[in-house]
Write a protein that binds this ligand. Structure first.
Ligand code: GP9
Ligand code: MN
Length: 430
């Protein structure tokens, strides 16, 4: 009932941070494209294998003077993988301790997602995915989030050789998506979900343009090749983006949703990264994914703030100049300069600029030195237990919001349950 909301709103109100006047409204009224880079990890940025750059186009976007790029940005997904990333990025709510929040609650709950928020600012919204619309319960969830249009598998040509595993191959998918984007009424908010760089990374040979690495681990060696394919697809898309003129009034955000290489592949990761050691601490650091906010004219930088997917929506609303003082979001604006920088992982691990918790053990983030509990002084003990509490608190309060559908009780201007029957996602939904 409504009183369940009290401790949630208290928590949220205590964690609000001010916007950064230097960035507030810099993308006001611009079109927005959220570009979901499947399984794309931060280590790929500037990574070379045997002298060869793997992702030159995404590297260039990361370093572009018009990009704000984050190098301490983490995925925070759980069992819901892609769907958890989507939930966090567009709602600033965590995925659940088990299963997928989109699958279990996406078609039922009240949400206050990015497309819905922006609809109050005259935006139309569309999401593009070259796979089955029912995967992760997207077709129901996107209605609850207020997406005006959802272009999925049936909106894409599916000739022989166009499809692999989860959807239309990225290059074909993006080529087909481009004209759809051009037809959208402006200003628009849109999301593009790629799929080709997906486990098990055994893409069709004729699409691969670099040699695989030779760690001897099939997953790891294939990952380098499909990441390269995704990068080429992004490069082609960006050529179109600039020539289409959309770049004049559009901000594009690129993010990696989660790891491609799990910790089951430690020996191969050591070989690939040429490291002697890769343990539990390193695996948590390995959960970094890129977040790149690119907009021609934007004053860019590499931002070292620690944050994660949960923090994206408040960061976006800051850039878009939209008041965010009366929303229920668990993340903090990463541009604020005042965020807490406690990155909660779904399993209770965390990373801060100072400490990392990995599989129940504490380490120093800067050098991975294990902090043995007998070495902790009273202050450190308190600091670490406060951090652990802060992480479990935010996770469990977010779970409560989703599991008890608490947004339906939240009183804020413009928030009402989306009428899902308003939407039908058909072939020419735009
Ligand atoms: C499928 C795709 C993959 O549509 O988004 O999801 P994942 O397996 O990465 O969670
Ligand atoms: Mn994914």
């Amino acid at each position: 009932n409504a009183s369940d909301l009290t401790s949630v709103t208290q928590y949220i109100d205590q964690h609000r941070v001010p916007v950064n006047p230097q960035y507030f409204g810099k993308a006001k009224g611009k079109n927005v494209i959220i570009f979901h880079l499947e399984s794309f990890q931060q280590f790929l940025i500037d990574f070379k294998y045997e002298g060869k750059v793997i992702t030159p186009n995404i590297n260039a976007l990361f370093h572009n003077p018009n990009s704000i790029s984050f190098d301490n940005f983490f995925n925070q997904i759980g069992e819901g993988k892609t769907s958890d990333a989507e939930m966090m990025m567009e709602n600033s709510l965590f995925g659940l301790p088990a299963g997928s929040a989109m699958l279990q609650y996406g078609g039922e709950n009240t949400f206050n997602a990015a497309p819905d928020i922006l609809s109050n600012h005259n935006y139309k919204s569309a999401v593009f995915h070259g796979g089955a619309g029912s995967f992760w319960n997207r077709d129901a969830t996107y209605k609850s989030w207020g997406y005006d249009a959802f272009m999925s598998l049936h909106s894409y040509p599916n000739k022989k050789g166009y499809y692999h595993e989860y959807g239309i191959k990225d290059k074909i998918f993006l080529k087909t998506t481009a004209p759809y984007l051009e037809q959208l009424p402006q200003p628009f908010y849109s999301k593009i979900i790629t799929v080709s760089n997906h486990y098990a990374f055994d893409f069709d040979k004729e699409d691969l343009t670099i040699d695989k690495s030779d760690t001897g681990d099939k997953t790891v060696d294939g990952y380098i090749q499909t990441a390269h394919y995704l990068d080429e697809a992004v490069g082609e898309f960006m050529n179109w983006f600039h020539s289409s003129g959309l770049s004049k009034n559009t901000m594009i955000v690129f993010y990696g949703d989660h790891f491609g290489i799990s910790d089951n592949h430690k020996p191969a990761i050591r070989k690939l990264l040429d490291r002697k050691h890769f343990g539990e601490f390193d695996d948590v650091q390995f959960q970094r994914v890129p977040l790149i906010v690119y907009m021609p004219g934007l004053k860019g930088k590499i931002d070292h703030t620690y944050g994660g997917e949960i923090d994206f929506l408040p960061t976006l609303l800051d850039l878009m100049g939209i008041d965010n003082t009366k929303t229920l979001q668990f993340g903090q604006d990463l541009l604020s300069g005042k965020s807490n920088q406690v990155v909660a992982m779904r399993n209770g691990n965390f990373v801060t600029p100072k400490y990392t918790k990995a599989k129940g053990k504490y380490y120093l983030t800067k050098n991975g030195k294990h902090i043995a509990s007998e070495d902790e002084d009273a202050n450190e003990k308190e600091e670490l237990s406060n951090l652990t509490n802060a992480v479990t608190t935010q996770l469990s309060l977010s779970d409560r919001v989703i599991q008890r559908d608490l947004l339906r009780f939240y009183k804020t201007p413009n928030l009402k349950k989306v009428d899902r029957s308003k939407y039908s996602y058909t072939k020419n939904a735009t």
